[in-house]
Every structure is written in structure tokens, then in C-alpha cells.
Design a protein around this ligand. Structure first.
Ligand SMILES: Cc1ncc(COP(=O)(O)O)c(C=O)c1O
Length: 396
């Protein structure tokens, strides 16, 4: 029995089977490469599902965490701590928003955003039957509130009843959103680039149209930047490229680059008219270790000029993927923004291609039912992209 096989068997015995995992036990990482227990190397175009923006083994990031471990790991929210303050200030500067609440995951950030929106509307009119409009094919997480605004019946069905008052509209169709608006609507929630649903960027007119609609009717616009934010599309947050500001923004994944942390971030109007002491809380959120990671991530984004790099390298990834779409009949379309790209596969199971790619030492992800998803660490080079394309072609 190989070492890997033994760990996989033990995991299957001990860990609840909610994932069909690939038969790989990962042990360490370096840059854009991961290594399994048997020493096999993989080029990583998944980044732990759009998490590890800075690549693996970034020395400055690791050192900051080691220093914080030796100083203080946890305090609770009954006290102040320095990393939380610093991380919050940097997140506000990067987002242009006004107040932060730190969470431990993306789904918790969505829960907080929903609560803030409901409280805002309750303070305005005192009623308790407010509605939220979400998008079909969206993904916002697995906890019950986040699942309720996730436009995928398959994920929702066994867990009903979910939270009430959620209506679904078609992404990129402003009229479809308008049809769902009632006097009870308190918020519209969407991903500026839909990720899990199949890599669909919002159109400019859709996002700007939603902003105008929300302004007109005092509805809060919640933008979920958990996957598309933190530099992935070439701006720190995807909405910045659309020149649209949310009332509430959610972030996670690359925010901590591997340390579990998320946040919902409010503009001044929403912060002044929603959650107050006693309304919301968390034991770990704002924890010094997680916030040291966040703070260091923002520093390194600046020092390593990550946004400039994404803007420069993303057209090369697009070009390479376009060439593949041109060359292979079963690849029908490329779509995406920056280093968040999808290629639609027709007439072949995406899972088979991914399995073959793993055999060939390449990690790529799926999205929706028929999309190959490319969300590499943001530090990839042209040579990495060439290698990815070569390994992918071999996997076809
Ligand atoms: C857009 C979006 N929102 C929310 C989530 C949920 O985040 P988490 O898995 O950290 O709870 C995800 C996770 O994939 C996501 O892509």
C-alpha cells in the first residue's frame, strides 16, 4: 500500500463523505506548484478554489503568520487587537467602503450581509416580510441563508424550508430583475462575475442598471466578491472595473490567502442604519492570526504589484484559451474576466478531462455542468500558461 493510498482510505473512514475527492494527497506547495505525498508535481490552475492568490510558500506571508503565532492567536471580540484594526483599515482603503465585519468564511459573510440588509429595511418601515432578489445560477454558500439566495435547485431541495422572501431573476437581464421587485424588496444580491454557476461576467449595463434601480427604490445592492474579488479580475474588487459601488460587499477566499477569513463590508449609509451591538457576533471573526494574514496580503499585493501583473498576464491566458477553442471542436466558447476564465466543453464530460489533466500533473476546476474553470494563483507567468495549455492538450 502506498503512503497516499493509506491516507485516502483513512480519510474515507474518518471524514464525512460530502466531497468526491480526487485521488491525490497534497503535502506541500511552492509558487504555482503543488506536490503530493509521493513527490509528484502539479501545476495549479485552481489555487485551492480561487484562494491562493500569492502562490504557495510566499516567505514574507509565512513569516508574518509565524510571528503572529508566537505573539497572539486569539482574543475574542470582547477585546481589541492590532491586526484586526490594520486589516480593517486596509480592506476599507481597497474597497472604498466604510465599515468591516470579519467572518471565518464566505458563507458567513453572506449571512451577515443578509442580516444587515434586513435590519436596514426593518429600521425603515418596521415590517418583517422583506424580500431579496438573487440570480439564477448564482452561488453564495452552503449555510441556510446563503443557500437560500443560491440559484441552484439541486443544492437547495433537500434542505427546505429555506429562509423566506427570496425571488430569483435572470443574470444580465435588467427587465427580469424589475419584474421581481415589489414594495417589500430590501436587497439585490449577485456576483459581479458568477463563478460556480459557470463563469459569467455581468455586463456593464446590467450592473450599472441595478445600481440605478437600487438608488431609485432605496434597495441595497449586495455584491458577492468572494470568488471574483481580491485582484482576480484585474482590479482589487471586480465592481471597481464597472464603476459601480455596492452598499454591501462580501469577500473571503483570497482575502486571507489560505487562512480561513471572510468579511462583509458596508458603505456609510448601510453601516449607520443596520447592525448595532447585540445584532451579530462571532467568536473567531477578527481573530488576530486571520487578520494578520489579511493585513499582510494587502501589503504584498502592493509590494509585488499583483494587480498590474494580473492586468498584464490575463490577456495571454485569454489568447492561449482562445487558441484551444479555435483548435478543438468540442470547446465551444471562452468567457471570463482577468484570471477567472471558463471554457465551455460540449459533448464530453468535463470531469474526464480534469481527471486526465491530474494524471498529466495539472489542476483545473469545473464550473456549472460543462465548463473548465481556470483560476490560477495571481502570480502565474507566460511560461506557466504555456505549460498549462500543453498539459491540457495532452489531456484531450
Ligand atoms: C461567489 C461565492 N460566494 C460564496 C461562497 C462561499 O464561500 P465559503 O466556501 O468560504 O463559505 C463561494 C465559494 O465558492 C463563492 O464562490
Amino acid at each position: 500500500m502506498t503512503c497516499s493510498k493509506e491516507y485516502m482510505d483513512r480519510a474515507e473512514n474518518a471524514v464525512l463523505h460530502t466531497y468526491n475527492r480526487f485521488p491525490v494527497v497534497l503535502e506541500r506547495g511552492e509558487g504555482v506548484r503543488l506536490y503530493d505525498l509521493d513527490g509528484k508535481e502539479y501545476l495549479d490552475f485552481g489555487a485551492g478554489i480561487a484562494v491562493f492568490a500569492l502562490g504557495y510558500g510566499n516567505k514574507a506571508y509565512n513569516q508574518a503568520l509565524k510571528d503572529q503565532v508566537d505573539k497572539l492567536i486569539h482574543t475574542s471580540n470582547l477585546f481589541y487587537n492590532m491586526p484586526m484594526t490594520e486589516a480593517a483599515e486596509k480592506l476599507l482603503k481597497a474597497s472604498g467602503l466604510s465599515k468591516v465585519f470579519f467572518t471565518n468564511s464566505g458563507t458567513e459573510a453572506i449571512e451577515g450581509a443578509i442580516k444587515a440588509a434586513r435590519k436596514y429595511a426593518w429600521l425603515r418601515d418596521g415590517s418583517t416580510d422583506h424580500e431579496i432578489i438573487a440570480m439564477k445560477h448564482s452561488f453564495h454558500g452552503r449555510s441556510l441563508g446563503a443557500l437560500s439566495v443560491t440559484g441552484n435547485a439541486h443544492y437547495q431541495e433537500p434542505f427546505k424550508p429555506l429562509i423566506g422572501g427570496i425571488r430569483f431573476a435572470d443574470f444580465n437581464d435588467l427587465d427580469s430583475v424589475k419584474e421581481q421587485i415589489t414594495e417589500k424588496t430590501c436587497a439585490i444580491i449577485l456576483e459581479p462575475v458568477q463563478g460556480e454557476g459557470g463563469i459569467y461576467p455581468a455586463s456593464r449595463e446590467f450592473l450599472q442598471g441595478l445600481r440605478s434601480l437600487c438608488d431609485e427604490k432605496d434597495i441595497l445592492l449586495i455584491l458577492d466578491e468572494i470568488q471574483c474579488g481580491m485582484g482576480r479580475t484585474g482590479s482589487m474588487f471586480a465592481y471597481q472595473d464597472y464603476e459601480v459601488e455596492p452598499d454591501i460587499m462580501t469577500t473571503a477566499k483570497a482575502l486571507g490567502c489560505g487562512v480561513p477569513v471572510g468579511a462583509f463590508v458596508l458603505n456609510e449609509k448601510t453601516a449607520q442604519n443596520s447592525l448595532v451591538p447585540g445584532d451579530h457576533g462571532t467568536t473567531y471573526g477578527g481573530n488576530p492570526l486571520a487578520c494578520r494574514a489579511v493585513s499582510k496580503v494587502f501589503d504584498l499585493f502592493e509590494e509585488e504589484k499583483i494587480l498590474e501583473h494580473v492586468q498584464k498576464i490575463a490577456p495571454y491566458l485569454e489568447k492561449k484559451l482562445d487558441e484551444l477553442v479555435e483548435k478543438y471542436d468540442f470547446l465551444t466558447e471562452r468567457r471570463g474576466k482577468g484570471l477567472m476564465q471558463g471554457v465551455v466543453v460540449s459533448g464530453r464530460p468535463v470531469g474526464e478531462i480534469i481527471n486526465k489533466a491530474i494524471e498529466n500533473g495539472l489542476f483545473v476546476l469545473s464550473a456549472g455542468t460543462d465548463v473548465l474553470r481556470f483560476v490560477p494563483p495571481l502570480i502565474i507567468t507566460e511560461a506557466d500558461i504555456d505549460e498549462m495549455a500543453e498539459k491540457l492538450e495532452r489531456s484531450f
